[in-house]
Design a protein around this ligand. Sequence first.
Ligand SMILES: [Zn+2]
Ligand SMILES: [Zn+2]
Length: 255
Amino acid sequence: MDIKAALLGTLPLLAIILVALLIERTNPAEVQPLRSAGFNLVYTVVFAVVQTAVVPLVSVVTVVAVNAAGGGWIKLPGTGWGLLFGALLYTFTLDLMEYLFHRAQHRFPVMWAMHSFHHSDTALNATTTNRHHWAEHGIKMLTIYLLVGVIFKINPAIVGVYAVISLYNVFPHMNLRIGFGRLSFALNSPQYHRVHHSVLPEHYDCNFAALFPVFDVMFGTYREPREGEFPPTGLDNHKRPSGLIDAMIWPVRVR
Ligand SMILES: [Zn+2]
Ligand SMILES: [Zn+2]
C-alpha cells in the first residue's frame, strides 16, 4: 500500500477541518478542551492509512459482485444538464442508503458496537467528522455502495461531484451555535446533528440524516431542535477510547 499517497490524500480534508476549527471559535455551541480534537486529527490520519490497505481489497469484492449482478441498471448522464440531474439523483439515493445504514447502526448491537465510537466524542466538532471505526467503510462498500453500483452505471464526473458534496459533512459536526430553525428539514446543520449526538435520553434515535433530514421526516425520526437547544454529546455510559489502540479495537474491547 502507498502510505505516502494516503497521507497526501488526507491533506485537503485536514486543511478544511483546520479552517473549520478556526471558524468554530467565532460562535461555539460549547467550550471544549483541545485534547479530543488532537486525538481525532491523529485518528483521521491513521484511518486514512488503514483505509488505503482495506479499500482495494474490498473494492475487488465489490466490483466482482456488481459485475456478476449485471452492473448498473440505470445509466446516468455525465455531461451538461444531465450531469446535474444525474449527480442529484445519485446524491439523493446514496443519502437515503446512508440514512438506512445509520438507522441499522443504532438498531443492531453488533453495528452499534462499531458506530458508538463516533458517538463517544464528548466534544463534538469538525474533527469528529472522520472519527468512524476503520472497518465501517469496508462494510459500507459491501452493502450500500455495492447496491448503488448495481442500480446506477455512473461516470467519473458524478463521482467527483458527489465527493465535493460529501465534504458538507464537516459542517454539521462543527461546534457552532447554528441551526436552521423551522427550515431544519431542508438540510443538515450543526444544531440538527448535535441533537443526534446528544447524551440526553429524550434525544435518542432521532435526526439520522447525513445531508437531507427529509428522510427523517419520511421515516418518523425527525426532531426539530428547539430554539437555543445545544445539548451535551457523548455516550450514556460515558465510555471513551483511552488511546489509538483502544480506538482500533473499539468494537471488541472489554467494557
Ligand atoms: Zn449515529
Ligand atoms: Zn456524527
